[in-house]
Design a protein around this ligand. Sequence first.
Ligand code: NI
Length: 260
Amino acid sequence: MTLFDTHAHYTDNAFGRDRTELLGQLLPAAGVAAAVTAGVDVESSRASIALAEEYHYIYAAAGIHPEDCAGAGEAELAEIRTLCRHPKVIAVGEIGLDYYWAENPPREFQQEIFRQQLALAREEGLPAIVHDREAHGDSLAIVKEFPEVTGVFHCFSGSPEMAEELVRRGWYLGFDGPITYKNAKRAPEVAAVTPLERIVIETDAPYLSPVPNRGKRNDSRNLPYIVEKLAEWKGVTPEEMAQITFENALRLFPKARDAG
Ligand code: NI
């Protein structure tokens, strides 16, 4: 199985002890042929680029996450723009809205930073990696203000109707470990209405480990559990699902193809 993990955070401290072994040996040996490590602020975006420079199959996304956007302003956004011009930065992300945590920056401020980064994606001709937690209505409304920008809704948790609307608008949907949980009721409904060619597979490592590794640190070697679940729902073999999602990821991130 050849796998493309479209969303991970390998700069996270959770990988502080064994990052070299993991990225240098274990992931390639497990068939992980490409992985995107996404920034959540300027510093982690820079660190993501450093990993992408070190490992040929690692790509970076640069962006400011809604949980980390407090204090972000013109200087930070200008820096993200500069980082986006690096040959291995294939998307603007992780950006979006997070209304789940009460201590997050105010919603209006998150929306402003989200809009500015969608404008940046439009100007730089890059796809966006969108984080939408408990903010479906506003996330959809804001991406609709930028019809020229598409990308992926990471760990999509909206309704089947929202999935259909995003697909119509050219977006891809990311499926993560939670689709393997027993209480995942919406995920099969969302998968049913999402065309095969718009599905990508993600870990969000170190978070969101799928069953049977739920609760442990996640990494891209767990992708087959997500592939198997999606293959079952879509009526294809796991090998076909891995192949299709790999090709989808290359279409979603054109710079990943160019960067080789
Ligand atoms: Ni993430």
